[in-house]
Design a protein around this ligand. Structure first.
Ligand SMILES: [Fe+2]
Length: 178
């Protein structure tokens, strides 16, 4: 069922229009956590630190619910490998969590992760609205040769990216069950 049909049936007419929301009427799919999650990551919006190699990545986006309302104070807990394909399992390099603002927006500064055997390029994340279940998933890069050979790759989880002079810009909208 399309979003507009559901909107008309279930919501009062007084709600503001949500023109982009018909793209987002299904919740973001969950994916395996994988073996490298570590709890208790530091709270920060930049994972950049001296000594990290790789292309800078600025990932910005929004957390919405399935009624297309922004989710404020949603937790986003990120982890990914370095440009060589290695996770920091001893410390917290390239791991961190943050919260969305009142409009459900977030912005993360990090680097483009490398590749490691068996997987295409990806970023792990746990997303949680206050008091709600955790969504564990992964984000992917467009035009990545390895995407089609990765058994769990999902087109719906591909970020929109834009090459800038000195970084890669990326965007993604998460949708959580209302
Ligand atoms: Fe991974």
């Amino acid at each position: 069922m399309g979003f507009l049909a559901r909107y008309t049936k279930t919501e009062p007419a007084s709600l503001p229009p949500t023109p982009s929301c018909d793209d987002h009427d299904e919740p973001t799919p969950r994916q395996t956590e994988g073996p490298y999650f570590k709890p208790a990551s530091p709270e920060r919006s930049s994972l950049l630190q001296p000594g990290l190699n790789g292309t800078k990545l600025i990932l910005a986006g929004q957390v919405l619910n399935t009624d297309c309302q922004p989710v404020a104070k949603a937790l986003l807990d990120w982890w990914h490998c370095d440009s060589e394909g290695n996770y920091d399992n001893d410390g917290y390099t390239l791991r961190g969590h943050q919260y969305t603002d009142k409009q459900g927006n977030f912005r993360l500064e990090t680097i483009v992760p490398g590749l490691y055997p068996g997987r295409t390029r990806h970023i792990h994340v746990k997303v949680q609205a206050p008091g709600q279940p955790v969504l564990t998933t992964q984000l992917y890069f467009p035009e990545e040769a390895q995407n089609q050979g990765d058994g769990i790759f999902n087109e719906v989880l591909v970020m929109k990216t834009q090459k800038k002079a000195d970084y890669l810009g990326a965007g993604y909208t998460f949708v959580l069950k209302a």
